[in-house]
Design a protein around this ligand. Structure first.
Ligand SMILES: [Zn+2]
Ligand SMILES: [Zn+2]
Length: 247
């Protein structure tokens, strides 16, 4: 039998929803009798990334190809990560949600992002030994107040919190934002920007790296190369979004 306090809470929730109806976390449309925090029309706008994909970098194949295989770029230069996957393209409404998370510290976007990520297969990442968010430099972290990659890691791997670690991989050098740089500039900007603090911990371990956006992949490549040099056996990358222009 349910306790009285349970019924009181339910009653309070129902009255609260009546006075302040829940709103879609993207468009603020009122949600009637909805258990999720994003409306159906916003959810339908999400551009999910489905197979066929490059087995390694996760690049989406267009046209006639209907099975996963390794893309030409990965065949020529094998990246330091064994696989990279993203949930959706960096288009609306994901773009706005991530922007609000990153630049406005708006954690009300976490529930809609969780709903968007709900059907994604996280199993290849959950089985890793450690889950590491791509780190911010300590100065930027203090200025921003939070690392959006850590927020996403906690969202994606709520059941594997013990594996999430923010101390192993650090940003040892302050870098400028990648957004205004071209590809060579991005490479120079993150070169040797990361460090592993405890090589013995990552030795022979499979690492899952989490970030918000996969643009050129240069940042996660640099992180993955740093982890491999420190002794990790494999690095897998998962990001919320992927920029279509580069992929
Ligand atoms: Zn909406
Ligand atoms: Zn590829």
């Amino acid at each position: 039998m349910r306790s009285i306090s349970y019924h009181l809470h339910r009653w309070k929730d129902e009255i609260g929803n009546f006075i302040f109806p829940p709103k879609c976390g993207v468009c603020s449309e009122s949600l009637i009798e909805s258990t999720v925090e994003i409306c159906e029309s916003c959810l339908q706008r999400v551009e999910y990334i489905h197979a066929p994909l490059c087995k390694v970098c996760g690049k989406k194949f267009a046209g006639e190809i209907c099975t996963d295989h390794i893309c030409e770029q990965c065949l020529r230069h094998s990246p330091p990560f064994s696989m990279a996957r993203s949930i959706a393209f960096y288009e609306e409404p994901v773009r706005t949600l991530l922007h609000r998370l990153k630049y406005s510290y708006d954690t009300t976007v976490v529930a809609p992002l969780g709903e968007i990520a709900r059907s994604f297969d996280f199993s290849p990442f959950a089985e890793c030994d450690f889950i590491l968010p791509v780190p911010l430099h300590i100065i930027r972290l203090k200025r921003r107040g939070m690392n959006q990659a850590l927020v996403l890691a906690r969202l994606f791997f709520a059941e594997y919190r013990a594996k999430i670690n923010t101390r192993i991989l650090v940003r040892s050098r302050s870098t400028i934002s990648q957004t205004q740089l071209d590809v060579p500039g991005r490479k120079r900007n993150v070169k040797a920007a990361f460090a592993v603090q405890h090589n013995d911990i990552v030795d022979n371990k499979i690492i899952c790296l989490v970030d918000d956006i996969f643009t050129t992949g240069i940042t996660v490549r640099e992180c993955a190369a740093t982890l491999l040099r420190a002794g990790a056996s494999e690095v897998r990358v998962v990001t919320m979004a992927r920029v279509r222009l580069f992929n």
